[in-house]
Design a protein around this ligand. Sequence first.
Ligand SMILES: Cc1cc2nc3c(=O)[nH]c(=O)nc-3n(C[C@H](O)[C@H](O)[C@H](O)COP(=O)(O)O)c2cc1C
Length: 357
Amino acid sequence: MNPLFTPVRIGRLVAPNRVLMAPMTRSRASEDGIVGDLTVTYYAQRASAGLIITEGVFPSALGKGYVNTPGIETPAQVAAWRKVTEAVHARGGRIFMQLMHCGRVSHPSLLNGQTPVAPSAIQPVGQAWTPAGQVDFVTPRALGLEEIAEVIDDYRQATRRALDAGFDGVELHAASGYLPEQFLSSGSNQRTDLYGGSVENRARFVLEVLDAMTVEAGADRVGIKISPEMNYNSITDAAPQETYTYLVGQLRERGLAYLHVALFGNPAVDYHAVLRPLFNGTYLMGSGLTQESAEKLLQDQQADAAVFGAPFLANPDLPERFRVGAALNAPDRNTFFAPPTAKGYIDYPALVPAPAA
Ligand SMILES: Cc1cc2nc3c(=O)[nH]c(=O)nc-3n(C[C@H](O)[C@H](O)[C@H](O)COP(=O)(O)O)c2cc1C
C-alpha cells in the first residue's frame, strides 16, 4: 500500500492521507488583514490535503510583517476566516491556522508607524515588503519583560479566536527568522534576563507561547514549525544543534499535535536524524519533497507525514494527482504574492474541476 495514502494521527484528528499542505503567505488579504472570498475558494479547492496549514497569520497587529497579510485579532478577521473553515470542512477537509509574529522582520509602515519589536535592538540585514515596495529593515525595539508576557498572551488570545473561527488547531511559526526564532537564536537575542543567554533562557519564549496556546486549545490541537539553520531573515545561531536538541527535548512531554521540521540548504547536521528520535509525537517533514522522496521517507519511517508547499500551491488536487500518477502544474513564482485576483491563486486547474465553493 502507498504510504502516502494511509491515515495518520495529528493530535485530536486522524488525517486520511499524509500529503499535507504547507503554510504559505499569499498576501491577498485587505489592508485590514481580512481574507476575502478568493481565499475561501483557494483553501476549499485544497481540502483533500491530509491537513491544510494556513499561511502565516498575525496574532496581533504588531506581529504583521508583510503587506496584505491576514490577521486573527479583530471580529471582522475572525468572521472572514470562519467562511474559510466552513468551506474546508464542507469539503471534508481539516485546517490548522499558522500563527506568525514577524517581530523585527517588519517595518513601521506596516505597523501604523510603530517600531517593530524583537528580543534585542539588533537590525536585521535585508528588506521588508511594504505598501511602498521593498524597504530596508529598521532597528527594532527590545521588548520589556512585561511586554513579553503581553505578546505571549496575544498568542493565547489569537488561539482562542482561531478556534472560534472554526480551525481544527493552530501551528506556532517558530521557523524562518520570525519572532520565536529571534528569541531562540543567539545572533538576534542578546538579552541578559530570563529570556536570553543560556539555551534554556533563549527557548523560554517559544515554550511559554506553546503553553499559552495549549491553555486554549489543548496540546493535541497545537503544532510547531521549526527550520534549524535556515539562514533566512538574517537569523544566526552560534550553536544550532545544541539549541534545537534542547528545544525538541522540551517539546517531548508536552503532547503536541505535531512537530513540523523544514530544512533548507545543506545544514552541516542531519537535523531530521537528530531531532526525530527526541520527539515522541507525529513528525512532519517538509521542504523540497517530491512524491517519490516523500514515499521513501515514509517507507523508511523517517517521518509520519509529508508537507508540500509550492506543489500544493499549483495543484489544488495534489493527493489525487499523486494517487493516479498525473503530471503536476508548475508553480508560477510571479503570482506567489500578488493582488487578489483569480490569476495564480485559484485558477490552477484540477484534474476534475471542483464544484464552486
Ligand atoms: C509562496 C510561499 C509562501 C510561504 N509562506 C510561508 C509562511 O507563511 N509560513 C511558513 O511557515 N512557511 C512559508 N513558506 C515555506 C513553506 O511552508 C515550505 O516550508 C517551503 O515552501 C518548502 O516546501 P516546498 O519545497 O514543498 O515548497 C512559504 C513558501 C512559499 C512558496
